[in-house]
Design a protein around this ligand. Structure first.
Ligand SMILES: O=C(O)CCC(=O)C(=O)O
Ligand SMILES: [Fe+2]
Length: 250
């Protein structure tokens, strides 16, 4: 199976790790840099399949389940997905204190990858240069929590996150594995069948505790989504998943 096509497996040697990734990620051999097909641009995505330990992932799962008990998730019955949004710095802090301190502690460690839209630097930067530059270091102030009741039946249509959400997207996954599809933004007159047969699609497995960060080209020129027809249950009895998506909005 042509799984993980399009990924460069950047096993982090001591020499490359400090240049490429945040110190938190530096010594973990599982770190991979997602490579776009745009050969002329530096990698603008980071993929870490084991970013959060199974123990902390379980703690965060419990935090999210508790959040779901107390706050309204907006249901989308067609997609069998429900969504909870947190829209400002003060709400993020409030929710983090009340419901998800462990989750937020992880999100805070990723601030080197978030920055304001008006930055005095080139429009395309690799995540490594972002991480090492003086411009970033902003804690995400917008969080969306997606709950998929059954990953084989629930989906997230292929899309590009709205530009207003800022240049970096962080995504954490909990529970059942999901497979995220990426493809160059297809022309608007493409039918869904044509889109689904797109030869340039590449897929990334998002297991429990995994992290993906998208910026610049892969964030703006590729669509991404969770196509329910290619998802697999991990366990016979349930196939539930949460994804936590976060941005910094000016
Ligand atoms: O569930 C996911 O992993 C992706 C969700 C997503 O792309 C979004 O909410 O914008
Ligand atoms: Fe998205």
């Amino acid at each position: 199976m042509n799984f993980l096509k399009g990924l460069i497996n950047k096993q982090t040697s001591a020499a490359s790790s400090t240049n490429f990734i945040a110190p938190l990620l530096a010594n973990n051999p599982a770190v991979q840099i997602l490579k776009s097909d745009l050969e002329q641009t530096p990698p603008t995505a980071l993929y870490h399949p084991t970013f959060i330990s199974p123990k902390d992932s379980q703690t965060i799962w419990n935090e999210l389940k508790n959040l779901q008990k107390h706050e309204p998730f907006l249901a989308n019955p067609q997609l069998k997905r429900s969504i909870f949004n947190v829209h400002s710095e003060s709400q993020v802090e409030k929710c983090a204190d009340l419901y998800f301190p462990t989750l937020f502690a992880y999100i805070q460690t990723l601030k080197p990858f978030f920055y304001k839209r008006k930055r005095p630097c080139p429009s395309v930067m690799s995540l490594s240069s972002l991480e090492n530059s003086d411009y970033p270091n902003i804690v995400p102030n917008t969080i969306q929590i997606n709950h998929y009741q059954d990953i084989e039946k629930s989906g997230c249509p292929l899309h590009i996150d709205s530009r207003g959400l800022g240049p970096t997207i962080g995504m954490l996954s909990f529970g059942n594995d999901a497979t995220m599809s990426f493809m160059i933004d297809p022309p608007s007159n493409f039918t869904i069948e044509q889109v689904q047969e797109c030869p340039d699609e590449f897929r990334v497995l998002l297991p429990n505790g995994s992290l993906v960060i998208l910026a610049d080209d892969i964030r703006y020129k590729y669509v991404h989504g969770i196509r329910n027809e290619i998802q697999k249950k991990n366990h016979p009895d349930h196939a539930e998943r949460f994804s936590v998506v976060f941005w910094y909005q000016d």
